[in-house]
Each structure stands twice: as structure tokens, then as C-alpha cells.
Design a protein around this ligand. Structure first.
Ligand SMILES: Cc1cc2nc3c(=O)[nH]c(=O)nc-3n(C[C@H](O)[C@H](O)[C@H](O)COP(=O)(O)OP(=O)(O)OC[C@H]3O[C@@H](n4cnc5c(N)ncnc54)[C@H](O)[C@@H]3O)c2cc1C
Length: 542
């Protein structure tokens, strides 16, 4: 019987640090898969042959159960406001979670000189996703003083010349050709290499990293916080004036701050990095110079889910394929990643044709959160006394692109500068921290478009494809920079208005789709988001 109590991941073997799966979750390989062999035969088959497949399967199961808990259970009382925290400051900032948080920590340590400590229940700087971003957006990490341009280039595993969006139109009245875009998500990054470099910066600047340490609870008094963790099964308390929550979509802190809904919408996503697809320029072949940003090749499933593919080269011979769908948290749709993986393996050859030497490398998966703001500004709580949420724990990335990494990078300089000022003022109360977040009104308004991508049970199966073909037709008729802005989360107010006024001109009956999708309250929320967008533009200009 093969056990998996210690997994030496390639990234950690480089830095000679062990990535140990927390002991409570150590399960022998046979038993982790055996319960799923009959219900998810393809998923089990492929995870068994992947490198570190048992480890990744275990992380998949953890997300699955965290998601159920997060949606259906009451929040745990993890934050306690006390009169006085007893203890002495050990670090300027402590971070829970070692994904995007380590980039933030590296910047705060290197550029601003703060002492930092990071912990993660797995390994700090080990993620199960890779990121795509345009080169121009990536350069923010150079401009803010974190990495050199050479370093940034070393994280890029592949760049493609152009990308497209294409919705299935066999059953649509409007048929739209591929919408081509340059400089959109056109660089594939090795996320773990980037995070490893950030980890090295943290260590170089005296930061402390605790792998296999799980957040339990926090006490705050507005001046100091005591953070209780379980490190390798042993309880420990750490003291800091500022705790940054980077524990992702299922952060217990985010749930405690937003008991009803830490996020309102989500994008369950599964995929792999694989090699050996048939290459060429045919629809089901892989062209290593092209990125496929959003592609559908069938109408909605009977339960209302509109499955969407994404595919892009990740290195010379490897290709990333994702399958995902847009959803609302309170919808009855099946959000199980395991079930989605089974569909992924079943349907993969309908998207890209595996060749003779097809080989599945690493899995990539997650439930990406987003928040729909029924307000003029940010309606999501992402701070408390001595606490600030970032990344997926703040759920402020685009509900249309779900590019959480892109949103984080775009807002990093603004957020860290503002945080530096608050840290200097030593006023770490909720009132000082609550405005430090990645909220952007131009991004918030796009949740109204994202609604068109979300199918519902009972609708005609071509609903999403037909609507998106209409929208792609409008974008194709407009200057190219507008589609770039839509898919790069950088919508300009003037572009937005041009786009909105073109829809009824090109498609006079589109108001019917608008009313069907949004209803009265939805349109009111859209109007509210638009007023918020307009006011924020006015503020920027004045
Ligand atoms: C398959 C996939 C592809 C994506 N592709 C892109 C892309 O191309 N471009 C883009 O911009 N965005 C992309 N995204 C979105 C982006 O990856 C996320 O927004 C981003 O990774 C979120 O990072 P995070 O650190 O906030 O959260 P996470 O990556 O979820 O990290 C949270 C960390 O917290 C740890 N943690 C959780 N609970 C605890 C606890 N109790 N104690 C201690 N530690 C804990 C976890 O172990 C984890 O390491 C993609 C997402 C997915 C799922």
C-alpha cells in the first residue's frame, strides 16, 4: 500500500523544504480513490497516473468539502473583539494563506521594510492553478519594485500571438465569427515559479514562513491581534498589529465578516496541463501560437449549466485546457468540482483531440469567487479591526473574467501604498482599513454582463450562446480596444457607453433579452452600478 504522508513537490524540492500534507488528512492512496472509482471512473483513472495525483486529489476533495461548508453552514466565531489583547508585537504583518499573499508580503518586506510572517495549511507558495496575463499588466510587478523585468520574463512559460472568443452558433439566429484580440491574457506564467521567487524575497528580508500551519482564530483590540494557529498539530499564538487574510475563497474570516454570502457568484473550474494533442489549425487541433479565451462547442446542459472551454499553450509542447461555467451561489446547479472533472475527461476530445502520445501532466482546479454589488460602491466587507482580506478572500475580482491574479496585480501598488500609510499612522481599525481593497466600479458593473453567461434550468438550451453571439457581434463592430478592455477588466467609461448604445442600434430586439435575464430588480441594480461607475470616473477626473 502506497502512503502519501510526505509529498516532495518539485518546487519545494528546489528550495529543500518539504511539503508535508497535514497529518490529519494523510490517507493511503488506495483509500483516497476507492470511494470514487465507480462514481468518477475517468477522474480517478487520470489522477492516478498524474505526478503527485494523490496529493492533488486530496486537495480537490478538501475544496469540495470546504465549499459545501462555506455555503451551507453558519460562520464559525473566528474573530473575537476583546478589550485588550495580552501579548507583545512579534511581526508588523502576519499573513494567513500562502498564495497571492506571498506576493503582497514580499513587497511589504522588500519595498517598505516591514517584518512579515506567513503561514499556510499546506505549503506557502504552492498553488494548483497557473495564471495568464498580458505583458503590460505583468510589468506592474517591476514598476512597484518587486521583481526585475528579467525575473518576470523567466516566469513566462509561453506567449501566444493572438487570442479569440467563439460561441457555438449552430442553434443561434445570429452567427458570429471568432472575435480576435491581441494582448489579452497572452502570457502563460508558471505560478509556482513566481510564488517561489516571492518566497525567496520574503526569506531574504528576514520574513518567517510556516508551512503546514492552519489558521484557527484571532482576537483583536484595534491595536494588536493574537492569531491562533495549529502548526504541525501544535497550537501556537502569534502577535501582530495587522493580520492579512489571504486564505482564499473559503477563508473562515471572510465568511465571518460576510455571514450571508462571502461571495455571490462563482466560476467552478477544472483543467489540466497536458501534452500530445493533435496540432494544426483545425478546430479540434492545438495551435501553439493562439490562445482560446472563451469557447463553447455545445449548448447548455439540461440542468442549465453552459459549459465553457479555455485553452492556451503553456510551453513548447504543453497545452492548458479548462472547463468551467458561470454560476450564482444560490442557484441549484451542480457545483461539484469532482463531477465537473468527470465531464471534463468525458468531453475533452470534443474540444481538442488527443494524439497518440497524449499525456496528462498536472491538474488545475478551483472555485473562483466574485461578488455582485447591489450598491453604488463596494458592498463587500473585507476588513475589521486589525484585519484586512486580500485576493480571493476579498472576492473583488471581475465577475466577468474571474482573473483574480490580474485584479490583484493591477491594484497591488495602490493597495500597498495605502496600507503603508495606515501602518505608519498606527490606526489599524476597521474604519482605516476598509477602504484598502481591490474594488473597481468599472469591474463591478461587468457582473451585469456576466449574468448573460449564466444559464438557468428551464431556459431554451441555446440561450447563453445566442445572447453571447449577439454581444460578440456588437464587439466585432466596435474599435478593437473595446473588446480588449472588456476582457482585460479595464473598461473605460466612454467605451462602455459606446458599447451600450451600439447594442440596440445593431439589435433592436435585444431589450427582450435584457428584461428576460435581469428583470426589474436586476435592471435597477445595473442602473445603480452605472451611477457608481459614473461618479467614480468624475472623482478620478476632478
Ligand atoms: C484553474 C484556475 C485558473 C485561473 N487562471 C487565472 C488566470 O489565468 N489569470 C488570473 O488573473 N486569474 C486566474 N485565476 C484566479 C486566480 O488564480 C485566483 O484569483 C488566485 O489564485 C487567488 O489566490 P489567493 O491566494 O487569494 O487564494 P488561493 O489560491 O485559494 O490561496 C489561499 C491559500 O490559503 C490557504 N488556506 C486556506 N485556508 C487556510 C487556513 N485555515 N489556514 C492556513 N491556510 C489556509 C490555502 O492552502 C491556499 O494556499 C484562476 C483560478 C483557477 C482556479
Amino acid at each position: 500500500m502506497k502512503g502519501v504522508c510526505l509529498c516532495i513537490h518539485p518546487f519545494f524540492s528546489k528550495s529543500m523544504s518539504l511539503c508535508a500534507i497535514p497529518s490529519a488528512q494523510v490517507i493511503p492512496e488506495e483509500s483516497i480513490f476507492s470511494g470514487y472509482e465507480s462514481s468518477h471512473p475517468l477522474t480517478v483513472k487520470y489522477f492516478k497516473v498524474m505526478q503527485d495525483g494523490t496529493y492533488w486529489f486530496q486537495r480537490l476533495l478538501t475544496i469540495e468539502s470546504s465549499f459545501m461548508r462555506n455555503v451551507h453552514e453558519m460562520p464559525r466565531q473566528v474573530i473575537q473583539h476583546v478589550e485588550k489583547v495580552q501579548g507583545q508585537k512579534e511581526y508588523d504583518i502576519i499573513y494567513g494563506g500562502g498564495g497571492l499573499a506571498i506576493i503582497h508580503a514580499a513587497l511589504m518586506a522588500k519595498v517598505y521594510g516591514y517584518s512579515v510572517c506567513l503561514f499556510d495549511k499546506y505549503g506557502v507558495g504552492l498553488t494548483h492553478r497557473d495564471w495568464n496575463i498580458s505583458y503590460q499588466e505583468l510589468l506592474v510587478l517591476r514598476d512597484c519594485g518587486l521583481f526585475s523585468e528579467e525575473q518576470l520574463q523567466s516566469f513566462i512559460t509561453c506567449s501566444y500571438r493572438s487570442g479569440f472568443v467563439k460561441f457555438h452558433d449552430a442553434n443561434s439566429a445570429i452567427k458570429t465569427p471568432h472575435l480576435w484580440m491581441d494582448n489579452v491574457l497572452d502570457n502563460a506564467l508558471d505560478a509556482n515559479a513566481l510564488l517561489a521567487a516571492a518566497r525567496a524575497i520574503v526569506i531574504e528580508h528576514g520574513g518567517v514562513i510556516l508551512d503546514n500551519a492552519q489558521f484557527k482564530s484571532i482576537e483583536v483590540d484595534g491595536r494588536l491581534a493574537s492569531v491562533h494557529i495549529l502548526e504541525h498539530g501544535t497550537q501556537k499564538t502569534l502577535y501582530t498589529p495587522l493580520f492579512i487574510d489571504g486564505m482564499g475563497a473559503f477563508s473562515p474570516i471572510a465568511k465571518a465578516l460576510n455571514p450571508k454570502a462571502p461571495f455571490t457568484h462563482c466560476c467552478p473550474t477544472v483543467g489540466t496541463i497536458s501534452s500530445g494533442f493533435k496540432t494544426g489549425t483545425g478546430e479540434r487541433e492545438v495551435d501553439f501560437s493562439v490562445g482560446e479565451i472563451l469557447v463553447t462547442n455545445e449548448d447548455m446542459l439540461p440542468d442549465g449549466r453552459q459549459l465553457i472551454w479555455e485553452g492556451f499553450p503553456s510551453s513548447n509542447n504543453r497545452f492548458v485546457t479548462y472547463l468551467f461555467f458561470y454560476d450564482a451561489i444560490d442557484s441549484p446547479s451542480d457545483k461539484s468540482l469532482l463531477n465537473l472533472y468527470e465531464l471534463f475527461f468525458e468531453k475533452l476530445s470534443s474540444y481538442k483531440e488527443p494524439g497518440e502520445h497524449f499525456d496528462i501532466g498536472r491538474p488545475l482546479f478551483g472555485i473562483i469567487p466574485s461578488y455582485s454589488h447591489k450598491a453604488l460602491g463596494n458592498a463587500r466587507k473585507s476588513a475589521d479591526d486589525n484585519i484586512l482580506c486580500i485576493g480571493d478572500a476579498a472576492a473583488l475580482s471581475s465577475p466577468l473574467s474571474y482573473c483574480g491574479f490580474g485584479s490583484f496585480v493591477r491594484n497591488l501598488p495602490r493597495m500597498t501604498q495605502a496600507l503603508h500609510q495606515v501602518l505608519q499612522s498606527k490606526k489599524l481599525t476597521v474604519d482605516s482599513l476598509k477602504s484598502i481593497n481591490a474594488f473597481e466600479s468599472r469591474v463591478a458593473i461587468m457582473s451585469n454582463f456576466a449574468a448573460f453567461l449564466q444559464g438557468k434550468k428551464g431556459q431554451p438550451s441555446n440561450t447563453v450562446n445566442e445572447t453571447m453571439n449577439l454581444f460578440m457581434d456588437v464587439l466585432a463592430s466596435l474599435p478593437k480596444h473595446i473588446s480588449q478592455e472588456v476582457f482585460r477588466d479595464t473598461m473605460q467609461w466612454e467605451s462602455y457607453n459606446l458599447m451600450m448604445s451600439t447594442v440596440p442600434k445593431r439589435h433592436p430586439m435585444s431589450y427582450k433579452i435584457l428584461i428576460r435575464t435581469h428583470g426589474f430588480w436586476g435592471l435597477l441594480r445595473w442602473a445603480l452600478n452605472f451611477v457608481g461607475f459614473t461618479l467614480s470616473e468624475k472623482r478620478k477626473k476632478s
